[in-house]
Ligand binder design. Structure first.
Ligand SMILES: Nc1ncnc2c1ncn2[C@@H]1O[C@H](COP(=O)(O)OP(=O)(O)O)[C@@H](O)[C@H]1O
Ligand SMILES: [Mg+2]
Length: 194
């Protein structure tokens, strides 16, 4: 299963400018905390893609990002809007929180939304962006959130989970998070691990 011309990469990276990290996140509070930690890595112009089923914790993570960035307004699920702008309270980048589920095309469409903000000067966080925003930027941080438990047979999650413990509440809160930084922006950036 090795790539034919794979350089002697020791870490679990598959392309030159890709870095990845896997984390266990055991509670909503920890997810929020992860958001705060990630915020410390973010700069104006960054794109963060969040993938995970409904209730996975995408908005919870974004709440932590907003706290870490020091932006105005509570981060809530953007269910009834395509995008919400949270201006910085600290002179940093604004947080633009996008629900790509409602975005027919790609982020190009956002130009038409007339958001009163400059995207290159903001941190753009997109929920459900798969297949829509990859082309926008070679540089992006992709966060994939999986529930650890759940009904058997989650597609593509073979080998995950099944801790077999009692204590359903705690188990139901468990998530596995994979962080992947694509592009030169993220090359060599130490992503939070553990
Ligand atoms: N480990 C966890 N990470 C994130 N959310 C969790 C976790 N455990 C429980 N939750 C709860 O799951 C729900 C996630 O909702 P939300 O963040 O809106 O998900 P999404 O935006 O992916 O649909 C929240 O009610 C949150 O409190
Ligand atoms: Mg959400």
């Amino acid at each position: 299963m090795e790539a034919p011309h794979s350089p002697a990469a020791e870490s679990a990276t598959s392309a030159d400018h890709t870095s990845a990290a896997h984390l266990a996140v055991d509670s909503a509070e920890d997810m929020r905390d992860l958001g705060r930690r990630l915020a410390g890595l973010l700069r104006p112009g960054d794109l963060v893609m969040l993938t995970g089923e409904l209730g996975a914790g995408k908005t919870t993570l974004t709440r932590g990002l907003g706290e870490g960035l020091g932006v105005r307004g509570a981060v809530t699920s953007p269910t009834f809007v395509i995008a919400r702008v949270h201006p910085s309270l600290t002179g940093g980048p604004a947080l633009v929180h996008v629900d790509a589920y409602r975005l027919g095309g790609g982020l190009d469409e956002m130009e038409d939304l007339d958001l009163d903000v400059s995207l290159p000067e903001s941190v753009v966080v997109v929920e459900w962006g798969d297949g829509k925003v990859e082309d926008l930027s070679d540089d992006r941080l992709h966060v994939v959130i999986h529930r650890v438990i759940g009904d058997a047979g989650e597609p593509g999650a073979a080998g995950d989970g099944e801790f077999g413990e009692s204590g359903e509440d705690a188990a139901a809160d468990r998530r596995r998070v994979t962080l992947t930084g694509y592009g030169s922006r993220w090359a060599g950036v130490a992503l939070p691990a553990g």
